[in-house]
Write a protein that binds this ligand. Structure first.
Ligand SMILES: [Zn+2]
Length: 101
């Protein structure tokens, strides 16, 4: 497990976790209930956090989050192997791992 980021809100943390999961990256939320303790314990320790299950996925996780924050214009595409649909910014299939054509 590796801490990926601390978010300013639970909504933002949950969004990041959902984006990662949609890309096939295992991630979990922590500190989902500590916001009420802000001011009593340091923000970095009370803020909602997104953790990676696999430490070695950090670079890929940031690539996915950056792509989601800055979506590339263009049409969705369909994987020729498993027929899963993907947004334009993704270069590989999250389901089967095949590279985009
Ligand atoms: Zn596929």
């Amino acid at each position: 497990m590796k801490l990926l980021l601390s978010a300013t809100s639970l909504v933002h943390a949950a969004h990041c976790r959902n984006v990662l999961r949609a890309a096939g990256i295992r991630a979990e939320l922590r500190n989902t209930w500590l916001a009420g303790a802000t001011g009593e314990i340091p923000f970095r320790e009370s803020a909602p956090q997104v953790w990676l299950v696999d430490d070695e996925m950090e670079a890929q996780a940031w690539a996915v989050l950056n792509a989601a924050a800055n979506p590339a214009p263009g049409p969705s595409w369909q994987c020729r192997h498993c027929l899963e649909w993907h947004e334009a910014q993704f270069g590989a299939c999250w389901r089967c791992g095949a590279a985009r054509d």
